[in-house]
Design a protein around this ligand. Structure first.
Ligand SMILES: *[C@@H]1O[C@H](CO)[C@@H](O)[C@H](O)[C@H]1NC(C)=O
Ligand SMILES: *[C@@H]1O[C@H](CO)[C@@H](O)[C@H](O)[C@H]1NC(C)=O
Ligand SMILES: *[C@@H]1O[C@H](CO)[C@@H](O)[C@H](O)[C@H]1NC(C)=O
Ligand SMILES: *[C@@H]1O[C@H](CO)[C@@H](O)[C@H](O)[C@H]1NC(C)=O
Length: 315
């Protein structure tokens, strides 16, 4: 028996751990990632329809070798199940909607629950949450909103890695010089008013059992979690914005465009897309795939002064 066959055979007996390469022999090199839209920001003068996806998240995934399917709000559960069975991963983007009452939160919960079920059945399905996506994951896992206000609206920070980060799935293959830049230079963009404090994380058994903290940060008053990954699921969350450095251009504090910031962005994206390559979902046929992809929509240029330089809009 070749070692790969042995590996596959033993993987079938044991639970395949998140981040496993047991399926290395059958990676999916045409991964498709779903990105949920969210309710338009009130007063957005460029808005068309009633929901949007910031184009930077799409470019971020595309640059790492994935294609994107927009997941539109206000659809039926059955439609979401069909999409779930056709895509290879989910990215929950940043934004500004209610984490318990918005359509975005409803869609996120549907996909989160489907992803838990799929992974439990050895159907490897990764989720990445950025900023609001991070916060949404904390609400989905704990069933509560445990966030607290922090002074982190437009600031670039170095990550304070915990020792476990070195052996984390997310960071273990990052080049050493990049990890050093991440820990020493102010290259992670923070644009959030709410954070998960280390205190609330530690006091919530559900969060503590589910996620391993990889890095923290502080606003000077409160220590909060800036990066984490789930222990048993291929779920990853960053409170900072890796997609902004290469793809957003508003000129304000907190924005960083140094080569190390761009490199950090790319390494997070390539990591997540390589996780999605372990999933084998596909559309029932090529015409269904063509209809679903984001290429059917054109982003709208909002101007260099906008927090998102381009948005996709949807009905
Ligand atoms: C979307 O669904 C919500 C309820 O889930 C409803 O309040 C809202 O009006 C719907 N929006 C549109 C544009 O259909
Ligand atoms: C903990 O969570 C509660 C909400 O349940 C919030 O009001 C409080 O500010 C949080 N405290 C800290 C220290 O994060
Ligand atoms: C990084 O940001 C912190 C907090 O804003 C600041 O105190 C520090 O001087 C900055 N460091 C560099 C090298 O810019
Ligand atoms: C593709 O699949 C859809 C849904 O299963 C079906 O309705 C459609 O007829 C199929 N189209 C082709 C060209 O096979």
């Amino acid at each position: 028996m070749s070692s790969l066959v042995v590996l596959a055979a033993s993987a079938a007996l044991l639970l395949i751990p998140a981040g496993s390469t047991a399926f290395a022999s059958q990676l999916n090199y045409r991964p498709v990632i779903g990105v949920p839209a969210q309710e338009n920001i009130p007063g957005d003068s460029h808005a068309q329809g009633f929901s949007y996806i910031a184009a930077s998240y799409v470019k971020y995934l595309e640059a790492a070798g994935a294609r994107v399917v927009p997941i539109r709000i206000n659809r039926t559960y059955e439609e979401y199940v069909k999409i779930f069975n056709s895509i290879n991963g989910l990215l929950l983007p940043g934004g500004d909607v209610d984490l318990q009452k918005s359509e975005f939160s409803r869609v996120s919960k549907i996909f989160y629950d489907l992803a838990i079920k799929a992974n439990d059945a050895l159907d490897y399905f990764p989720i990445w949450g950025t900023c609001q996506g991070f916060q949404q994951l904390t609400v989905l896992t704990s069933g509560k909103n445990l966030l607290t206000l922090t002074d982190t609206k437009a600031v670039a920070l170095p990550l304070a890695f915990v020792p476990a980060a070195q052996n984390s799935r997310l960071f273990k293959n990052f080049p050493k010089d990049l990890l050093q830049s991440l820990s020493e230079e102010n290259i992670t963009s923070n644009f959030h008013s709410w954070s998960l404090s280390v205190q609330n994380y530690s006091r919530n058994a559900k969060l503590k059992r589910f996620y391993k903290v990889l890095s923290t940060n502080t606003d000077g008053r409160r220590e909060f979690i800036s990066t984490m990954e789930a222990y048993r699921y291929p779920f990853y969350a960053v409170q900072w914005h890796p997609e902004k450095s290469p793809f957003e251009w508003i000129d304000k504090p907190g924005m960083t465009h140094t080569p190390s910031a761009i490199k950090a962005s790319f390494y997070t994206a390539i990591f997540f897309v390589s996780e999605a390559m372990k999933n084998q979902h596909q559309f029932p046929n090529i015409s269904e795939e063509e209809k679903a992809l984001i290429y059917n929509f054109a982003p709208v240029y909002k101007g260099l002064g906008s927090i998102f330089v381009q948005n996709y809009y949807f009905d």
